[in-house]
Design a protein around this ligand. Structure first.
Ligand code: G
Ligand code: MN
Length: 271
C-alpha cells in the first residue's frame, strides 16, 4: 500500500519510518508542507463544486515524499492530528482567495479515521474554523476513506453529525474498494460519495457501467451526490454522462495545483 510495506527488510523499513517521522515533525512545525488544490466539477454545467486540498511535501533530505507514505507514517507515529491541523490552517488561509473566484465552491479536507475516532475532534475543528471566520464552515467539506472501522465507532458518528450540523458536507472517499460498507452506508451521515478511480478504468465493461448506474440511482434517491474520481479522458467523460453521472474530478479537468497556479477557468472540451 505504501513505500514502507513494499520494503522487504524490516530493519530498513523501520529506519526509514523513523527518519520520515522525524523530518515530518519538523516540516509540520516549520510550515514546510504545502497544499495543492484539485477541482471537482459538474461536467454539464461546468460549475466548480469543490477543491480537494491535497498535501504535498518536498524535503531537502528525502526529496519528494509521496503522500501515501508520509500519511501512513503520521498515522503510525501519532502525528496525524498535528498534520491535520496544519492542513486546516493553510486551507483557512487560502479560503478567501478561493472564495473570491469561486464563491460557491467548498474546500474538501481529507481526514484520517484516527482523527475522527478522537473524542472532541469536531469541537476542536469547529473552534479552529470559528477563530478565523465562523462563516467558513459552510465552505468546507470533509472526506473520509471508507472502512468498516469507521462505521462501527460511535465517536466517529458523533463527530460527523456535529460537523454536518454545523454546515460542513461529508464525503465518503475512494468508495467501492474498501470493506463492503454498502450494507452499512445508512449508519453514517454523509452528503456525497466519491467513487474510486478503479471504476473509471473499467468503464467499458457492462458490469461496471451497471454499478455506476446503480450508484447514480442510489445516491439520487437519497439526495446525495455522486462524484467520479480519476477522470482522465474525453471518452470516459462521455461514458459517465451517458450513465447519468455528471460530477467528476481528475486530470482531464485539472491535476492538483498550487493556489497561485490555479487558472481563472478550467478548460476541458465541452461535454
Ligand atoms: O484518495 P484520494 O482520492 O483523496 O487521492 C487523491 C490522489 O489521487 C491525489 O494524490 C491525486 O494527485 C491523485 N489523482 C487525482 N486525479 C487523478 C487522475 O485523474 N488520475 C490519477 N492517476 N490520479 C489522480
Ligand atoms: Mn480524497
Amino acid at each position: 500500500m505504501n513505500a514502507l510495506s513494499s520494503n522487504s527488510d524490516p530493519a530498513r523499513a523501520q529506519a526509514r519510518q523513523t527518519l520520515v517521522a522525524h523530518r515530518l515533525a519538523q516540516a509540520i512545525r516549520e510550515g514546510a508542507l504545502s497544499v495543492h488544490y484539485q477541482p471537482e466539477v459538474n461536467l454539464t454545467t461546468q460549475q466548480v463544486l469543490s477543491f480537494e486540498a491535497l498535501c504535498r511535501w518536498s524535503d531537502t533530505e528525502l526529496n519528494q515524499v509521496a503522500p501515501d507514505e508520509f500519511i501512513a507514517v503520521a498515522e503510525a507515529k501519532g502525528q496525524i492530528a498535528s498534520l491535520g491541523q496544519e492542513i486546516l490552517r493553510q486551507v483557512l488561509r487560502d479560503l478567501p482567495q478561493l472564495l473570491k473566484q469561486w464563491p460557491s465552491a467548498r474546500v474538501a479536507i481529507n481526514v484520517s479515521g484516527i482523527e475522527l475516532a478522537q473524542e472532541g475532534f469536531a469541537t476542536q475543528f469547529l473552534n479552529s474554523v470559528s477563530q478565523v471566520n465562523p462563516q467558513y464552515v459552510t465552505s468546507l467539506e470533509l472526506e473520509l476513506t471508507e472502512s468498516t472501522f469507521l462505521f462501527d465507532v460511535p465517536t466517529v458518528r458523533h463527530n460527523l453529525e456535529q460537523l454536518q450540523q454545523a454546515g460542513l458536507t461529508i464525503a465518503i472517499d475512494d468508495f467501492g474498494t474498501g470493506h463492503s460498507s454498502l450494507a452499512r452506508l445508512h449508519a453514517l451521515p454523509f452528503d456525497k460519495i466519491k467513487l474510486d478511480r478503479a471504476f473509471i478504468l473499467n468503464l467499458d465493461k457492462p458490469m461496471v457501467q451497471a454499478i455506476v448506474k446503480a450508484m447514480v440511482q442510489l445516491t439520487g434517491e437519497f439526495n446525495r451526490s455522486l462524484v467520479m474520481e480519476g477522470l482522465e479522458t474525453q471518452n470516459q467523460a462521455q461514458s459517465l454522462l451517458q450513465l447519468g453521472c455528471h460530477l467528476a474530478q481528475g486530470y482531464l479537468i485539472s491535476p492538483p495545483k498550487k493556489l497561485s497556479e490555479l487558472p481563472i477557468q478550467f478548460e476541458w472540451a465541452a461535454a
